[in-house]
Design a protein around this ligand. Structure first.
Ligand code: GDP
Ligand code: MG
Length: 439
């Protein structure tokens, strides 16, 4: 998926400006990317109409970097669809809050109940009770009990002989009596939606009028997720989505479809099987994932944390002035190694993740270390002016850095090439023109 989009981006970048024609090409790729991410085709269609309108309405045609501009518009539009408002649980103003978890079998209802109950207990200071209203399989009750024990929360059950609605009725009385303030109802699911399931759920809904009915949406399921969500939403007053299994390798486009068809906000995101693998919902990150652009947010955060910005700016200035030295290069290499494995960094950069797999991190790391060692073995005088490096000096540096004189020469000539190119770029940009990096 992302490869196509990346290719479209690559084709665009470097072409100083974006015409309506190549924007069409770009949007075609976005369309394929979204379809491949399992976003429903009708939603994709409407989506692209809006993106095109917005793109044409803004200064995108004159933008410095038109491809990023389009990606940003696409990205922002997805974020908007996903919902930018923070969604939390609808706690009752006073009295008991009831939260009912619904969804197909195996989508993660029981697991999510334990995760959310643990969160409200620890973070919201609530006193939760879990109710086992999935009486279809005996194992379901046991599973809830095990989870309850692990988070130290009581589980109410009447066994599989008592009808689910009856269990819920008794659970409510029990909760009141014991002073619980948040009741979670774990319900049964089927492999497919059927009337019997819906009727049972509706009965429970009518009985307790939950403050929240959360629908679990398995990020790994494809297109049929939309139909499922639609019928749950039509028959029950679903108030929130819990996206589960977002730790899998699916792009989660189905979530976008479900969100835009039901207009129900995502409240939680499950990222694994463990209790703590639960996150609040960050539309930015999900949008990145759906687009296949890598987690730019994370990259920026990491970069900001670890990179000394002033240092980089200073180096950039020296680059443009053509006074970039080996000393600057050394500090740049150090910045890069601070950011972690190269392959990991590339994966997070739009347009670069197709190279990530080609890079062997161990090799890249070794190369980086070697380059650093070579510069470190030079005297300050040599770092300022590598042209003074004769064979005797190169031999000394090679010995000091554990490399060969050839490697030293190669490094120096690479540096000189880079320096020359930077001088040219600096001169051009001063003249108000940027070099045409494209073909
Ligand atoms: P239910 O039938 O809807 O109650 O689903 P369960 O809660 O029993 O979960 C079904 C399976 O999915 C179990 O093996 C869970 O461990 C697993 N599961 C649930 N949520 C997640 C998640 O966010 N990530 C992963 N990887 N597995 C999950
Ligand atoms: Mg279950």
């Amino acid at each position: 998926l992302s490869n196509r989009l990346n290719k479209a981006l690559r084709d665009l970048s470097g072409k100083g400006r974006l015409t309506e024609k190549n924007m069409e090409d770009m949007l075609k790729e976005v369309r394929i990317a979204l379809l491949e991410a399992d976003v429903n085709y009708k939603i994709v269609k409407d989506f692209l109409v809006r993106v095109k309108e917005k793109s044409l309405g803004t200064d995108v045609l004159e933008a410095v970097d038109p491809s990023s501009m389009v990606v940003k518009i696409v990205h922002d539009e997805i974020v908007e669809l996903l919902g930018t408002q923070e969604a939390t649980l609808n706690y009752a103003e006073d009295g008991m809050t009831v939260i009912m978890m619904v969804g197909l079998q195996g989508t993660g209802k029981t697991t999510s109940i334990a995760k959310v109950a643990n969160l409200v207990k620890k973070k919201h200071n609530r006193n939760p009770l879990l109710v086992a209203a999935d009486i279809i399989r005996p194992a379901a009750i046991e599973q809830l009990q095990t989870l309850g024990k692990s988070i130290d929360v009581e589980v109410f059950t009447k066994g599989i002989e008592t009808p689910a609605t009856e269990t819920v009725k008794q659970a409510m009385l029990y909760a009141k009596e014991k002073g619980y303030d948040t009741v979670f109802i774990d319900t049964a699911g089927r492999l497919h939606i059927d009337e019997e399931l819906m009727n049972e759920l509706k009965e429970i809904e009518n009985l307790v009028h939950p403050n929240d009915i959360l629908l679990t949406v398995d990020a790994m399921t494809g297109q049929d997720i939309v139909q499922v969500a639609k019928s749950f939403h039509e028959q029950l007053n679903v108030t929130g989505l819990v996206v589960t299994k977002f730790d899998g390798d699916s792009r989660g486009g189905g979530v976008l479809s479900v969100r835009s068809i039901t207009q129900v906000p995502v409240k939680f995101v499950g990222q694994g099987e463990k209790i703590d693998d639960l996150e609040l919902f960050y539309p930015d990150r999900m949008a990145d994932r759906i687009l296949g652009m890598g987690d730019i947010v994370t990259l920026v955060e990491q970069a900001q944390e670890k990179m000394d910005l002033e240092e980089s700016e200073r180096a950039a200035k020296r680059m443009m002035e053509g006074t970039f030295t080996m000393e600057d290069m050394l500090s740049q290499l150090e910045q890069v190694s601070k950011m972690g494995p190269i392959g990991g960094i590339l994966k997070m950069l739009p347009g670069m993740n197709q190279y990530a797999d080609m890079i062997n991190d161990a090799d890249a790391e070794k190369g980086l270390k070697k380059q650093k060692a070579i510069i470190q073995s030079m005297t300050l005088e040599e770092r300022e002016d590598p042209s003074i490096l004769n064979n005797r000096r190169k031999n000394r540096i090679a010995k000091g850095s554990g490399s060969t004189p050839q490697e030293v020469s190669k490094m120096v000539s690479q540096f000189e090439k880079m320096q020359k190119m930077m001088k040219q770029m600096g001169a051009l940009s001063k003249g108000g023109k940027l070099p045409n990096l494209g073909g």
